[in-house]
Each structure stands twice: as C-alpha cells, then as structure tokens.
Design a protein around this ligand. Structure first.
Ligand code: FMN
Length: 192
C-alpha cells in the first residue's frame, strides 16, 4: 500500500473479529515501530505484546471513560482481539544530555511521549497497510497497567492498542482544513 493511502485510510478500529494474528505479521508490525526515529537515537520505547486473555481483560479494566457514562470502546476491544500491545518508555533518555549528570536539554523536559508516538504511528500505519486494525488508547490508569505487567521503576506506560482484524470500516473523522492549521512565516500568517 502506498504511504499516503495508508495515512488517509487508517481509522481507529473498535470492533474486531477474533481471527488470530500470525507471528510473522506481528513481527513486521513491531519492526515498523523499531525503525521509528528517536531523540539522539536513544530508543526509549519498549513494547509488551499481550496475548493472554486474562491479562487483556485486566488491561481493559484499567480504562477511563472518554465520554462520561460511556465505556472506552477502544480499550474494551482488547477483550476481543487476539493481541494487545502496550507501549512503554524508559524515562530520562529522550530529551536528555547523553552523558550523566545530564539534565533535560529543552524546556519540555522528557520527550518520551514524542518518541513513543512516532513508534506507535509507524506501528498503526503498518498494521493498517497489512489489513489489521488498531486504536491508540490513552485513557487508562497507566500505574495499574504497570503493576499488571511488571513494568519496572524508571519506565512509564504510555499507550496501548488492540491488534486484530477489523469487523467494521468506519467513516473518516473530520479534520481541520489545511488553512486552519498551517501558517506561513508567522503564527496566523496566510500564504502570500
Ligand atoms: C493519544 C491518543 C489517545 C487516544 N485514546 C483513545 C482512547 O482511550 N479510547 C479510544 O477509543 N480512542 C482513543 N483515541 C482514538 C481517537 O479518538 C481517534 O484517533 C480520533 O477520534 C480520530 O479518529 P481516527 O483515528 O479514526 O482518524 C486516542 C487517540 C490518540 C491519538
């Protein structure tokens, strides 16, 4: 699949079949995440592949509703899909001077969220290009997930996704027009 086709065609998938995901397919998707760029190539990202259904249910139990009174449908999907992927990051790597005692290089502190997002974007686009579905899940109790999966001190759980074969083909969500988000020369500046 051509890159722009994958970018435009990917959707958040919240309904899945229970069809198995082959190891080879899974490895290709994880390899895409591995190839993502990172701060000074520090590669803070770690991925936990969760196949066990009891664990997947426990992960779903940590979800926080994004609309009050409604279940977090992305997180609920992890009860169905054969695989869930949990993205973690080693802290104090991205955005830090490389030699200790090095503090953060910029006013943003730790750039781990940025690095994980880049890797997850590679992962979700590759999954889509291979006919699989994903949905970024951010609304959950990351501390509880760290406990469930034995994530050690110094690492943060950032995001999760179910991974499986879609049982829906959602319409694209609306996006702002380019002229609402792109400026020229100055914030708010229009193309001359
Ligand atoms: C950082 C982040 C966190 C998200 N968290 C959730 C979530 O907890 N549950 C969920 O169902 N969808 C979640 N989403 C999916 C968004 O709702 C979805 O990407 C957005 O509505 C656009 O739809 P699309 O992905 O189909 O283009 C999240 C997306 C991002 C980027």
């Amino acid at each position: 699949m051509e890159l722009m086709e994958a970018i435009k065609g990917r959707r958040s998938i919240r309904n899945y079949t229970s069809k198995a995901v082959e190891d080879k397919t899974l490895n290709t998707i994880l390899e895409a995440a591995r190839q993502a760029p990172s701060w000074a190539n520090t590669q803070c990202c770690r991925f936990i592949v969760v196949r066990d259904s009891q664990l997947r249910n426990k992960l779903a139990d940590t979800a926080i509703e994004t609309v009050k009174g409604k279940p977090n449908r992305g997180a609920e999907a992890m009860r169905i899909t054969p695989v869930a992927i949990v993205a973690c990051a080693e802290m104090r790597k991205a955005g830090y001077y490389m030699k200790e005692p090095g503090g953060p290089v910029t006013d943003k502190g730790d750039w781990y969220m940025y690095d994980v997002a880049l890797a997850m974007q590679n992962l979700t686009l590759t999954a889509h290009a291979m006919g699989l579905g994903t949905v970024h899940i951010g609304a959950f109790d990351a501390i509880k997930v760290a406990e469930i999966l034995g994530v050690p001190e110094g690492f943060a759980v950032v995001a999760m996704t179910p991974l499986g074969y879609p049982d829906e083909a959602p319409n694209p969500r609306p996006r702002k027009e380019l002229n609402e988000i792109v400026f020229y020369d100055k914030f708010g500046g229009e193309q001359g």
